[in-house]
Write a protein that binds this ligand. Structure first.
Ligand code: NDP
Length: 503
């Protein structure tokens, strides 16, 4: 049986255009209390059923993703795998991360019991991009639903049917009031969702649109998560496994035809190994096939105007003296762009300062790791990065110096495939997190509750307190906290909820 993909039929949970936003938010608002009342286990059951249905219909979703984005079948299958894993994680862990837990009430308030829990916000608006039309929205959608919110999703105007398919399969797996509603349309519909009566907006897209989203949300003081663009770099140290690094670099730069927010756009390779690394990268990238053919490795560039951005970056680099190792302006034949590898590109050329979002890899040589770190951090973006070195301890030290939200050592983009890890960036790449415990908390509000267990001997919070009460309290606090601790304080291993461990 195949899912019925509603094409904006009334009552289908899918509506179209800015005028439809208020109705969708209203419907989601009405559905929310019952969804919240299911509790973590009831919602888990529904989300698990949804995941199973999605996996049963993998090839149907793959076909739809391909139809709307032109990506290769394997790139689309990777999306479905990631969708299932992230959905499973959010459903399985929401109760543990967000559920009520006791915290120490401390010596001063030892007559109180103290608890914290994370309650749903209400209705969450999700605005998604076209490059991963299933996987990207599922991060905030899964977390928001698992936390007890209902969701209105505005997919990209280029991929509305993938969004509608997700809502239709959830409605089928978990019949009842629709907790995931779709509004299709262009940027105006997204802007209307930002100004609607939603309790939070999760936006994924370009940093420029992110600024507009934030401005629109500011009108109602609606909080936002901004997952913006990136200009991810790889650092290749002198001791790196060059074969592995080259293989990973080509995949991270060229898969999905380079249209990945955490795709690789820059490599800083230490001088002594740069020539060998460049040979390996060029050889691998040259073997990739681009176009309509069934065995193609690279599909089309989805957004027609992006082809001109890619062309202008390549032309700018070449005009300013870049060495062309593979392809060049001639690689571009809309809607396809074949792999391009450039070296010795000036750091202030657009190919290194702006997001290219195509299969173009810049490889620049550096004198050492320090220079690589400085150049990586010089970007306005700060989404992901990768480091290749055989010395894993050195890899972690380099990672700690990078101003990015995510780093993989001896791998690329591994952080996106681990649902327990937070995903997000800094600088022009935005703020807030999806995925992992942070992602679940992003769509919740903490609520602190104290319950008095017995009347205290001293009553500082009363006008009827004894005249000596405050002086006695100050003496107590001085005795308890007035000296510097001899040890480093409580062990960081203690008090970490949810199985998070220090290393
Ligand atoms: P856009 O910024 O063009 O669009 C993103 C979404 O916002 C779309 O649904 C779009 O609608 C909508 N939108 C457009 N204008 C407005 C507005 N004024 N108010 C509210 N919503 C609006 O990004 P793309 O779709 O082109 O996606 C590519 C970008 O996304 C790249 O920069 C990429 O790096 C980034 N990205 C970031 C990720 C991350 O997690 N950090 C992950 C994936 C992509 P419509 O498409 O209908 O115009």
């Amino acid at each position: 049986m195949t899912a019925v993909i509603p094409d904006h039929r009334p009552g289908s949970g899918t509506a179209s255009g800015p005028a439809a936003v208020a109705g969708a938010v209203d419907g989601a608002r009405r559905a929310q209390p019952d969804w919240e009342a299911l509790g973590f286990s009831g919602r888990k059951k529904a989300l698990d059923a949804w995941r199973v249905l999605i996996l049963r219909r993998t090839e149907e979703l793959v076909a739809l993703i391909r139809e709307e984005t032109g990506k290769t079948a394997d790139d689309a299958r990777l999306e479905v795998v990631l969708v299932a894993d992230h959905l499973r994680w959010a459903a399985a862990h929401a109760g543990r991360v967000l559920g009520r837990r006791r915290v120490s009430s401390g010596l001063l308030m030892f007559n109180q019991s103290a608890t914290v829990e994370y309650r749903p916000l209400g209705v969450v608006g999700v605005i998604g991009p076209w490059n991963y039309p299933a996987f990207i929205p599922i991060g905030p959608v899964a977390a928001a639903l698992a936390a007890g919110n209902t969701v209105v999703l505005k997919p990209s105007e280029l991929t509305p049917r993938v969004g509608a398919w997700l809502a239709a399969t959830l409605a089928e797996a978990a019949p009842g009031p629709e907790v995931l509603r779709i509004v299709t349309g262009d940027g105006d519909t997204g802007a209307a969702l930002c100004r609607a009566a939603v309790d939070k907006v999760s936006f994924t897209g370009s940093s420029a649109t992110g600024r507009r989203v934030m401005a629109a949300c500011a009108e109602n003081l609606t909080p936002v998560v901004i997952e913006g663009g990136g200009k991810d770099a790889m650092i290749v140290a002198a001791d790196a496994d060059l074969e592995a690094a080259a293989d990973a670099a080509v995949w991270a730069a060229m898969s999905n035809a380079g249209q990945t927010c955490v795709g690789l756009e820059r490599v800083y390779v230490v001088d002594g190994v740069a020539d060998r690394f460049l040979d390996l990268v060029t050889e691998r990238a040259a073997a990739l096939r681009t176009g309509e053919r069934p065995d193609a490795d690279l599909g089309r560039i989805v957004l027609p105007r992006q082809v001109e951005v890619i062309r202008s970056h390549v032309q700018d680099a070449v005009a300013r003296g870049a060495r062309v190792l593979l392809g060049g302006p001639r690689s571009i034949s809309a809607p396809y762009v074949a792999p391009v590898v450039l070296a010795e590109v000036p750091e202030d050329s657009t190919a290194l300062t702006e997001e290219t979002f195509g299969p173009v890899l810049v490889v620049n040589r550096v004198s050492g790791v320090d220079e690589a770190v400085a150049r990586t951090n010089a970007s306005a973006y700060g989404l992901g990065a990768s480091v290749y070195t055989r010395d894993r301890a050195q890899g972690r030290r380099i990672a700690a110096r990078l101003r990015t939200g995510m780093v993989s050592v001896n791998a690329v983009i591994a952080f996106a495939g681990i649902p327990a890890l937070p995903f997000g960036g800094t600088g022009d790449s935005g703020f807030g997190r999806v995925h992992g415990p942070d992602g679940l908390r992003e769509f919740s509000r903490s609520q602190a509750v104290t319950t008095q267990r017995f009347r205290p001997l001293m009553q500082p919070n009363s006008f009827g307190r004894h005249p000596d009460t405050m002086r006695t309290l100050v003496r107590m606090v001085r005795a308890l906290h007035g000296r510097r601790a001899l040890s480093g304080g409580p062990s960081p291993r203690r008090g970490l909820p949810h199985g998070e461990r220090t290393t």
